[in-house]
Design a protein around this ligand. Structure first.
Ligand code: NAD
Length: 349
């Protein structure tokens, strides 16, 4: 059994107790937070608490440390932990820049310790369904366009997420999840990146963004994070050569609609649309289309930590690879460049 100590016992740090308890071969033994109130919560959960980060590093029974502090502190904490001979799980976004991640990876290599980033949304059921559409013989044929969105109306939450110096803003917060999912399921080099950053709430960091990413294999992806959306668009909208899939929300509601190849193609009849007539935009007739439900997949709560424990035991390769995480950070940098300079960035792979 491997012992994990959580550093940063806030909202997400506390949730890791649940995540780890669902996994095999690893257990949470303790926690450290600079806030005494959070340490009290850890004590109430039956965890050993530490008086300092150095005390965690000095504890020989600790095999691994989870870093779940605000984004700007990940780099220094990770480097200190690795230099103390600890394995590290780090929350997303791993660092604010790709250069900072490179600095961590240099130390991890030198110290021969495992460093893995908690890109937990690779195990989200909605994502796994879309990944299947991309990678397997899919009902909707060859996927050529993906729209991946998360939208809320609550603005940027909390305190440090509002601050640039702490790595706040929605590109780094939610964008990193959506972009990680996109690159994980797409087997092609990125060609171009364009983006629009939203500052509608008046923060110094973005409160959302829209980015269009073009891949060399012809796939286009529209990625969007919004915190000012009182009406939400679907979580996923996926177009293939044989149909369109919509996954409305994390409850996996939605459907796949495509042509019914068993009936002869019926020419659409013109419909009245506003002040005009249209055949182009007339809905296909019921008999000429098929409707299928989105297949349900059970969420896998333990996927990340099962893999991390197996990696620690030398029994598996990391599912979240550091070079993939680095590529996502480079894509984030391209999105900022495209958004701030209002230009199309030609991505260098
Ligand atoms: P939070 O503000 O709720 O918690 C952060 C905690 O870190 C606080 O309790 C704070 O006192 C503590 N802290 C700050 N500096 C510290 C230090 N130097 N040493 C020890 N403790 C310190 O924030 P959160 O929402 O829990 O986010 C924490 C991290 O988790 C962020 O990197 C965030 O992006 C990430 N996160 C990931 C997910 C996910 O789904 N993977 C979800 C939410 C948050």
């Amino acid at each position: 059994m491997k012992n994990l100590v959580i550093v940063g016992f806030g909202g997400m740090g506390t949730y890791h107790v649940e995540l780890v308890s669902a996994a095999d071969g690893i257990t949470v033994t303790g926690a450290y937070d600079i806030s005494s109130e959070r340490m009290q919560v850890a004590t109430e959960k039956g965890l050993e608490t530490y008086q300092s980060f150095e005390a965690v590093l000095a504890d020989e029974k600790v095999d691994a440390i989870l870093i779940a502090t605000p984004n700007d502190s990940h780099k220094d904490l990770a480097i200190q932990a690795l230099e103390a001979g600890k394995n590290v799980v780090c929350e997303k976004p791993v660092t604010i820049t790709s250069a900072d991640l490179e600095a961590i990876l240099t130390v991890a290599k030198k110290e021969n310790q495992i460093f893995m980033v908690h890109q937990n949304r690779r195990w989200d059921a909605d994502f796994l369904i879309v990944r299947d559409m991309m990678q397997k013989e899919a009902k909707i044929g060859n996927v050529f366009h993906i729209e991946s969105r998360v939208q809320g109306a609550n603005g940027i939450p909390g305190d440090w997420r509002h601050l640039k110096a702490q790595g706040g803003g929605m590109v780094l917060d939610w964008g990193v999840h959506l972009l990680d999912q996109l690159l994980f399921m797409t087997d092609s080099r990125i060609k171009t990146v364009s983006a629009n950053l939203s500052y509608i709430l008046g923060n110094e960091v973005d409160d959302g963004f829209t980015s269009i990413i073009q891949f060399e294999n012809g796939l286009t992806a529209l990625m969007e994070v919004g915190t000012t959306n009182y009406v939400k668009l679907p979580r996923w909208y996926v177009k293939g050569t044989e149909g369109t899939a919509v996954i409305t929300d994390w409850d996996l509601s939605g459907e796949i609609v495509g042509p019914n190849r068993d009936v002869a193609k019926v020419e659409p009849k013109p419909i009245q649309a506003g002040q005009g007539l249209t055949k182009t935009m007339a809905p296909p007739s019921e008999e000429s289309t098929t409707h299928s439900p989105i297949k349900k997949i059970e969420p896998d709560m333990s996927g990340f930590y099962d893999n991390f424990a197996a990696v620690l035991n030398g029994e598996a390769e990391p599912i979240v690879k550091n070079e993939e995480v680095h590529r996502v950070l480079r894509l984030i940098e391209a999105i900022f460049e495209a958004g701030e300079q209002q230009k199309v960035v030609h991505f260098q792979e």
